[in-house]
Design a protein around this ligand. Structure first.
Ligand SMILES: Cc1cc2nc3c(=O)[nH]c(=O)nc-3n(C[C@H](O)[C@H](O)[C@H](O)COP(=O)(O)OP(=O)(O)OC[C@H]3O[C@@H](n4cnc5c(N)ncnc54)[C@H](O)[C@@H]3O)c2cc1C
Length: 458
């Protein structure tokens, strides 16, 4: 048999895994090593998709197929790629092609005063916290206040608001780690304010997610400034916008429920621009917003400010990627510049260097968008392979020795399966949750390797 070409994929999120699947789907002899800096695969499906959206998370069954069905695809978890781990030079020595699929999950800021106060969080770190991401277990937000603000007009803002108001009983059947559940159980947050800069016709919520907010047990949804909804010209809207407006309209038309201490509330504020976070003793106590209005098709401030009292402010206004050592970076689009997945630096195509997923397109699109994206990148790799320089270490096992020299012991697929089993087992003991995440890195590694976990100090 012909010696396979060797391809490294950096990142075991949806885009990396769809790319790996496409690379081995055509019969071209290709061996693929998928590296991830975490011991667990699936990227934002595991650490972004809301814990109560189990159906969405079940896409992992499709994503894992390359590891289950193709002996040519390996998972090498707990291997950071970059200056602190496996370097780009080492990758070049061992692989004909490298596909970067490491996503873009750095939080964007609002650029206003007070953002660094305690109690102010980006959605990336906040979502990572409740999702049990090992880098963010220390976030532990202070939920001992009745008010919380989520700034944003997309589904991530809805996810965060929902997790904050959802009953702990319901959250117990999700995969949130035990200590996250405990903190949410003790939460005193009763009022979550979603602050949207633009009007209701411009929100990026998908209608099922918006509708879900109104269907939550023990939660009232209150549309502030009802006239804003009525003032939208519904006839000029696309289908999704019209559906959203109809949902918002039905809430705006219903009687505002009397304040009931046994219930939680989500308040929707439109046409409000965050101006500054207000602090006391270094902690957030509120967000000042300015009312805006649309004049001649432009959003303009009215000068009228109001303070929303809150001990927690989460900004869910999007993500960006950090520059990667040795790769060009487009700071405006937050991507690695590329043409159809081939990395380019100005006019020059970087031989053997590819990109896929959020790093290729920017942080937009649903999980499924990464399938076509990965297939496009895999297609570029496969059509280039024959022409790529063959100056690659001939022994395929040399990379394993190199990792050992670097002191890196990868978490391989069978290790992940052990960690997976351990989490599923914890789920059974928590009232039938599908799984309970293990978040601490030492405990993850111990479960993966079947060794005794060092009990993390609290
Ligand atoms: C909060 C949130 C909720 C979402 N909810 C939904 C939803 O409900 N439905 C939906 O369809 N889409 C959802 N999305 C979008 C979806 O998750 C993305 O489209 C998708 O995950 C992007 O895939 P990716 O592979 O490009 O990046 P990622 O999923 O981010 O995967 C990148 C992977 O690279 C790894 N990595 C990063 N740096 C390195 C490194 N230096 N070395 C090695 N590995 C590295 C990371 O650990 C990660 O596993 C959500 C996104 C977010 C942020």
């Amino acid at each position: 048999m012909q010696t396979p070409f060797r391809v490294a994929v950096i990142g075991a999120g949806p885009s990396g895994l769809y790319t790996a699947a496409a690379l081995v789907s055509t019969g071209t002899p290709v061996a693929v090593d998928v590296f991830d800096r975490l011991p667990a695969p699936f990227g934002l499906v595991r650490y972004g998709v809301a814990p109560d959206h189990l159906r969405t998370k079940s896409v992992t069954r499709a994503l894992q197929r390359p590891f289950m069905e193709s002996s040519g695809v390996r998972f090498l978890g707990h291997v950071p790629v970059g200056p602190a781990g496996l370097s780009a030079e080492v990758l070049r020595e061992h692989y004909h092609a490298v596909v970067w699929a490491s996503g873009s999950i750095s939080d964007r800021g609002l650029g206003i005063d007070g953002e660094t106060l305690e109690g102010s969080h980006g959605s990336g770190e906040f979502v990572s916290w409740y999702s049990g991401h090992p880098d963010h277990i220390a976030v532990r937000p202070d939920l001992a206040h009745s008010g919380a603000v989520v700034v944003g007009a997309g589904n991530v803002a809805l996810d965060i608001a929902r997790i904050l108001v959802r009953s702990p009983g319901e959250l117990a059947s999700t995969d949130v780690p035990d200590d996250v559940l405990e903190l949410l159980r003790r939460s005193e947050v009763s009022d979550v304010h979603i602050v949207v800069r633009r009007g209701p016709e411009h929100v990026k919520f998908t209608s099922p997610e918006l509708r879900q907010l109104g269907a939550l047990e023990g939660v009232d949804v209150i549309v502030e400034d009802r006239h804003v909804i009525a003032s939208v010209d519904a006839g000029a809207l696309e289908r999704r916008q019209a559906q959203n407006l109809a949902i918002l309209g039905s809430w705006a038309d219903s009687t505002v429920p009397a304040r009931d201490p046994g219930r939680r509330r989500v308040h929707l504020h439109f046409l409000r621009t965050p101006r500054r976070l207000v602090g006391q003793g270094g902690r957030v106590v509120g967000l000042v917003v300015e009312r805006t209005e649309v004049r001649d098709g432009r959003l303009v401030g009215t000068g009228e400010e109001e303070l929303i009292h809150a001990g927690l402010v989460v900004r869910a206004i999007g993500y960006r990627s950090e520059p990667i050592d040795g790769l060009p970076h487009d700071p405006i689009r937050g991507i690695v510049p590329n043409v159809g997945g081939r990395v380019v630096d100005g006019d020059r195509t970087l031989t053997g260097c590819y990109v896929t997923g959020w790093l290729k397109r920017g942080p937009t699109g649903v999980i499924g968008t990464n399938k076509a994206c990965g297939e496009e990148t895999a297609g570029a790799v496969l059509s280039d392979l024959g022409a790529l320089p063959a100056a690659v270490e001939p022994d395929p096992e040399a990379i394993d020795r190199r990792l050992a020299e670097l002191g890196i012991v990868p978490v391989v697929w069978t290790d992940w399966q052990r960690l997976d089993d351990a989490e599923v087992g914890l789920g059974r003991t928590r009232g039938g949750a599908e799984r309970v995440k293990i978040a601490h890195i030492d405990a993850m590694l111990a479960a993966a390797r079947g060794t005794e976990a060092a009990v993390p100090a609290e």
